[in-house]
Write a protein that binds this ligand. Structure first.
Ligand SMILES: [Zn+2]
Length: 307
């Protein structure tokens, strides 16, 4: 690095507070990376609740995250419906950065069915996910799952559904800063990941962390929840300053405490599942323990309707 850069005339200053900064990768920017979170609200779904309790059938609020430097940006996850993806694309454009990379954290369609809309708007961007996640996504392109999504969100699923490209490396960069893919195994979905940005202590957790939003335990087992909890411990050990959950109560702060809160919810569910006398009792006990968490949906606890 010779200290010059054709794009800039300013003098470089050291990046502040970069205690975790990778030594091998000197950033070219004078500034640290920034981050902004887009939260789509919860939305109605057409269909029957899988169990006759909890709120009327709806989908939980969901996030996408933009990480950006002076010129370039990385978007994490692309929402599920057309209107969400269009709003997200307009919001990304407001940042006036070159969208270089779209990273998809895991294989659930609520996080990537909007991808074609983002790529139409930002044709220069590459869309990537781990090879394992891309493989797991194939299920969402089968007629059965696509039909299910179109039935539950009528007129709201993009006509063109495309997967990201498999990306085999563990890291990529944004303006010279490292972004690290953390493979998490099975959490609320198989082969999920989080994205870690050491230079700013940021974890974009995907669905490994939930933030004041009821957790999709409907597709877990005691064994998979153990894996999930170990993942959370690994994230906590990174000592992050900011943690962005895949699903959150709109307006909730992106606090690192969400790691422990997610762990506690999983442990409470584990414990109560063994003692509750009925599904209704289990549901009611979890509702009482987390009265202010959003998306009190029976499908989050007992499985996706029609799946
Ligand atoms: Zn999700």
């Amino acid at each position: 690095m010779d200290g010059t850069n054709g794009l800039k005339e300013t003098t470089r200053v050291p990046t502040p507070a970069a205690s975790n900064k990778p030594e091998s990768n000197t950033p070219e920017s004078t500034n640290t990376l920034s981050v902004n979170v887009f939260t789509a609200p919860g939305k109605a779904m057409v269909g029957e609740r899988p169990k006759p309790f909890g709120e009327a059938l709806a989908f939980d609020p969901i996030t996408s995250t933009l990480i950006f430097g002076d010129y370039d940006a990385v978007l994490v996850d692309t929402m599920g419906t057309v209107s969400e993806a269009e709003a997200l694309a307009a919001w990304v454009a407001l940042h006036n950065r070159n969208l270089e990379t779209i990273y998809i954290t895991h294989a659930h369609f609520d996080h990537f069915y909007g991808l074609s809309i983002l790529l139409d708007r930002f044709p220069g961007a590459r869309a990537i996910a781990t090879p394992e996640a891309v493989n797991a996504m194939q299920m969402s392109f089968t007629p059965v799952v696509e039909r299910l999504a179109r039935r539950m969100f009528p007129g709201q699923v993009a006509t063109k559904l495309i997967p990201p490209q498999p990306y085999a490396n563990d890291t990529f960069t944004l303006e010279g800063y490292e972004l690290r893919i953390i493979k998490q195994g099975r959490t609320d979905s198989p082969d999920s990941t989080s994205l870690y940005v050491p230079s700013i202590g940021l974890i974009v957790a995907g669905d490994v962390v939930y933030n004041q939003c009821r957790i999709y335990v409907g597709d877990t087992t005691p064994e998979s929840r153990k894996n999930w909890i170990a993942d959370l411990d690994r994230l906590a050990a990174l000592n992050p300053t900011m943690v962005i959950a895949g699903h959150k109560k709109p307006g909730a702060p992106d606090s690192p405490s969400t790691i422990q809160e997610t762990k506690r919810y999983l442990q409470d569910f584990d414990r109560l599942q063994k003692t509750a006398k009925s599904e209704q009792e289990l549901f009611d006990q979890m509702t009482e323990l987390y009265p202010h968490w959003v998306a009190n949906q029976s499908w989050l606890m007992f499985g996706f309707p029609g799946a």
